[in-house]
Design a protein around this ligand. Structure first.
Ligand code: ATP
Ligand code: MG
Length: 260
């Protein structure tokens, strides 16, 4: 089974891209076949994977507009050991160009059927908005991974996202569920972060990953070198936290399947 995860939160700067890049690299290190889909016109996941977004011949934009096929858009992240459907600023036009297009919400889902079972895990990096690109991510996904910072308004923002997921489940993707909530940039000495963390566990119970990602400067530095942290500084706390998260994620997949 190909596990397709949409990594999403409409709030900006919560660690979506950092999560997608570093989980993809950790999957590769653990011998899994990973595909990263960059659905953000900022193209940060593309750059952070060591791919020059300015010189792309084809990107996820052309794939969504059916101007190329899956293989035509796919590139390899040598630094990360995984494949990428890359993005750049061109992707911002897709929203407008798809507005009257047939099955515009299912363009990514349809494209991924061409990947058949080539991957164990597909990670979709969504932009910080509940727009058509994010809807394409949610419609294509098996489940949703939500990175969040444990700060005062975090839970409020989450309720909008939970509503959106419900709507998508009602219309576009009946099986869609939250796979997990990930606490990012955590400072364990921060009392507010601890309170929010406890609240999260009350609301979402076992959906909250036990592994939290600490604030770690190596995670912020690695993208400017075009590398996941696991390549840039493998023993750093950030790289190791993402490796641990990935192990927890894989364990959940296996247990989830056993109970079905
Ligand atoms: P956007 O909504 O703009 O797409 P995002 O949710 O993808 O943002 P990131 O780009 O992953 O968030 O992270 C925002 C910033 O915080 C980046 O500069 C990133 O390098 C930094 N960052 C992310 N996680 C950590 C961490 N655990 N420790 C330190 N810095 C981090
Ligand atoms: Mg991002």
């Amino acid at each position: 089974m190909m596990h397709v995860l949409a990594v999403t939160n409409q709030k900006g700067g919560v660690g979506k891209t950092t999560t997608v890049v570093n989980v993809a690299a950790s999957l590769a290190a653990l011998g899994r076949r990973a595909l990263l889909v960059d659905l953000d016109p900022q193209g940060n996941a593309t750059t952070g994977s060591g791919i020059d977004k300015a010189s792309l011949q084809h990107s996820v934009y052309h794939l969504l507009l059916e101007q190329t096929d899956f293989k035509g858009a796919r590139v390899r992240s040598e630094a990360g050991g995984y494949d990428v459907l890359p993005a750049n600023r061109e992707l911002a036009g897709a929203e407008v160009e798809l507005v009257d297009a047939p099955s515009r919400e299912y363009r990514l889902k349809n494209a991924l059927t061409q990947a058949a079972d080539e991957y164990d895990v597909v990670l979709i990096d969504c932009p910080p908005a509940l727009n058509l690109l994010t809807i394409n991510g949610l419609a294509a996904a098996w489940r949703v991974l939500i990175p969040m910072q444990c700060e005062y308004y975090a839970l409020e923002g989450l309720s909008d996202l939970v509503q959106t997921i419900r709507r998508v489940r009602g219309h576009l993707n009946t099986g869609l569920e939250i796979e997990g909530l990930l606490r990012t940039m955590l400072d364990p000495r921060n009392a507010l972060a601890q309170q929010v963390s406890a609240q999260l566990e009350r609301h979402f119970g076992g959906k909250v990953y036990q592994t939290a990602i600490p604030r770690n400067v190596r995670l912020a530095e690695a993208p400017s070198h075009g590398q996941p942290a696991l390549k840039y500084d493998p023993v750093s706390k950030g790289a190791q936290a993402y490796l641990q998260l990935t192990r927890e994620m894989l364990e959940r997949f296996e247990n989830g399947h056993a109970s079905h």
